[in-house]
Design a protein around this ligand. Structure first.
Ligand code: G
Ligand code: G
Ligand code: MN
Ligand code: NA
Length: 251
């Protein structure tokens, strides 16, 4: 309860910040995007999203927090564009609860209008569990978001249990291969086979494929050879502050 009371105050107290992790074009190393990841700088120290996001989801606080994240991320991306950097896509994680509310399309439209960011430079990351909860409703909302021009990526892909027949007609642009498969690439033939299978599945469906959790040069080379399009992970960069990310854009 103490944590929950503090969490309620975190927005008014300006205790949240976003960190940004670059997404790289594996073939040429260009930064093509950034995933926004929330950090809570509470009076009692940093609290990891792994512990407060579930609480925020249970209590509904994820709704105002989600709006804050969306606004802050879009405003930051627009600021980088206005500063003259080559445009990148900003990716924001969405909880199923944010889709369940039903007004996510209006929220996104409003934030894009407010911040002046073009829809093509915003991507929403959802997990497979989102489509499992209410498929028809998720389909409808994601389709409307894509009509706005927003991109959709399927996060942690391979860990859920989505039917592959959904995927064929699911309104999605990118598959994000879950980091567990990437981590075990060198030691597990099964993981290597799964990664290759996801890449060819994605490409056959005309999707971009991104691998997350790349930590070693060996993993990087495997993914490059396997024609994975994009990558993200500590090998390239940890999630960093907006100031630090701007230094990465300058290189
Ligand atoms: O940022 P990592 O560093 O610790 O993130 C832990 C978990 O929290 C991940 O599953 C990530 O998707 C989730 N997360 C991080 N930021 C956000 C956010 O802004 N919104 C939601 N819904 N989840 C987030
Ligand atoms: O659930 P989602 O995929 O949105 O969460 C991304 C999480 O992965 C964040 O907690 C982020 O800090 C973490 N992360 C990003 N790159 C790496 C990496 O190379 N290795 C590990 N172990 N974690 C990573
Ligand atoms: Mn994510
Ligand atoms: Na993920």
């Amino acid at each position: 309860l103490a944590l929950l009371n503090r969490l309620r105050q975190a927005i008014p107290n300006h205790e949240f910040v976003l960190h940004y992790q670059p997404k790289i074009n594996l073939a040429n190393g260009d930064i093509i995007g950034a995933e926004a990841l929330i950090r809570w700088n509470s009076a009692e120290g940093m609290v990891s999203p792994g512990s407060f996001i579930p609480l925020a989801e249970e209590t509904g606080l994820i709704i105002p927090i989600g709006v804050w994240v969306l606004e802050t991320a879009c405003r930051q991306n627009r600021a980088w564009q206005l500063a003259g950097y080559a445009p990148i896509t900003i990716s924001v994680n969405l909880s199923s609860r944010q889709l369940a509310r039903g007004d996510i399309v209006e929220q996104v439209e409003q934030v894009l209008a407010e911040t002046g960011l073009e829809a093509q430079y915003l991507e929403l990351e959802i997990t497979e569990s989102v489509m499992a909860s209410d498929v028809e409703k998720s389909f409808a909302l994601l389709t409307r978001l894509r009509l706005l021009g927003v991109k959709i990526s399927l996060d942690d892909f391979g860990t859920g249990y989505s039917s592959l027949s959904y995927l064929k007609r699911f309104p999605v642009d990118t598959l994000k291969i879950d980091q567990s498969f990437v981590r075990d690439l060198a030691t597990s033939q099964d993981s290597a086979a799964i990664v290759k299978a996801i890449i060819s599945l994605g490409h056959n469906l005309n999707l971009t494929v991104l691998a997350e959790g790349i930590e070693t040069e060996e993993q990087f080379q495997f993914l490059l050879k396997s024609a994975c399009n994009e990558g993200q992970g500590y090998l390239m960069s940890r999630p960093v502050s907006h100031q630090h990310f701007e230094l990465l854009l300058q290189r």
